[in-house]
Design a binder for this molecule. Structure first.
Ligand code: ADP
Ligand code: MG
Length: 248
C-alpha cells in the first residue's frame, strides 16, 4: 500500500519569532522529508520547536528562511488564498483538543470539511470514514455522547475525509488516558498500514512514539537524533533522556 514518494520536504527550514535581541529561533535549519505511507513521531523537550515544525510543514505558518513543499508544491511560492486551498485539499489536522462542533452529530462533523469545500458528502463515504476509526455505529451521536477517545477518532475521520496527502497531529493523545490513547494510536497506525496514509505526529509520550516508523528528536529547533524503524518505548525514552542531559 505504501508509496515511496516524499510527500513533505523541508530544506533548511528556519522559523524566527520576534526581532532584534528578542528574536527566538524556534526552528533552526531543519532539513528532512516525510515519505508517503509512513508514520513519523516528532519528539523533544518542551519549547524544542515541535509545534513550529508541524505548523511550517503543514503550511499553517511560513518559514523565515528555507523551503517547504507538499506534494512537490513550494509553499513559499503560494499566496494566502492558494495556501489556504492547498491546506484544505491536501492536509489533514488533528489537535490535542478535538475541536468537534457540539451541536452536530459525529457524521455531520466528519462531513464539514467537504461542505466547506463545496462538495456534497455522500452518506456511504461518511459511514466508511467513521467505520475506519471503529465508529460506524456512532454516526448519529453528538460529541457529548462520546468518550474522549471516541471524539478524537471522529476528529481523525474528519481529517481524513478529504483524502489528504498528509495528516498532521499535534499531541493527539495529550488529553487522553492510557487506554483510550492506545485506541487512537491504533487507528492512526491502521490508516498508515491499510490506506498508505502519511502521518506526522508530535508527542511527548515514548509509548505513543513507539507506534511510529520513525522518530525525530528535536532540541533547540534542530534535529538532534533520529530513530528509524519501529522502536520500543524504552529505547525512545532513553534517547530522549540522553538529549535532555545534553541540553542542560
Ligand atoms: P514545542 O511544541 O516543542 O513545545 P514550539 O514549537 O511551540 O515548541 O516553540 C518553540 C520555541 O518558539 C519556544 O521557545 C516558543 O516559546 C517559541 N514560540 C513559539 N511560537 C511563538 C510565537 N508565536 N511567538 C514567539 N515565540 C514563539
Ligand atoms: Mg507544542
Amino acid at each position: 500500500m505504501t508509496n515511496s514518494t516524499d510527500v513533505v520536504r523541508l530544506w533548511s527550514a528556519t522559523k524566527r519569532y520576534g526581532s532584534g535581541p528578542r528574536t527566538v529561533t524556534a526552528l533552526d535549519q531543519v532539513t528532512t522529508t516525510f515519505t508517503g505511507g509512513t508514520f513519523t513521531a516528532v519528539m523533544g523537550p518542551s519549547g524544542s520547536g515541535k509545534s513550529t515544525l508541524l505548523h511550517c510543514a503543514a503550511g499553517l505558518d511560513r518559514v523565515s528562511e528555507g523551503k517547504v513543499d507538499i506534494d512537490g508544491i513550494d509553499l513559499g511560492g503560494l499566496g494566502e488564498t492558494a495556501l489556504t486551498l492547498l491546506r484544505r485539499d491536501r492536509v489533514g489536522f488533528v489537535f490535542q483538543a478535538f475541536n468537534l462542533v457540539s451541536a452536530l452529530t459525529a457524521e455531520q462533523n466528519v462531513a464539514l470539511p467537504l461542505r466547506l469545500a463545496g462538495r456534497e458528502p455522500g452518506r456511504a463515504d461518511l459511514l466508511a470514514a467513521l467505520t475506519e476509526v471503529g465508529l460506524g455505529h456512532r454516526g448519529r451521536h453528538r460529541p457529548s455522547e462520546l468518550s474522549g477517545g471516541e471524539q478524537q477518532r471522529v476528529a481523525i475521520a474528519r481529517a481524513l475525509i478529504t483524502r489528504p496527502a498528509v495528516l498532521f497531529a499535534d499531541e493527539p493523545t495529550g488529553a487522553l488516558d492510557t487506554k483510550t490513547s492506545r485506541d487512537v494510536l491504533t487507528r492512526l497506525r491502521d490508516v498508515v498500514d491499510r490506506h498508505g496514509q502519511t502521518v506526522v505526529m508530535v508527542t511527548h509520550d515514548p509509548a505513543a512514539a513507539a507506534y511510529a516508523d520513525r522518530v525525530l528528536l528535536l532540541a533547540d529547533g534542530r534535529i538532534a537524533d533520529e530513530l528509524h524503524g519501529r522502536t520500543g518505548a524504552e529505547t525512545i525514552a532513553a534517547r530522549m533522556a540522553a538529549l535532555e542531559v545534553v541540553a542542560c
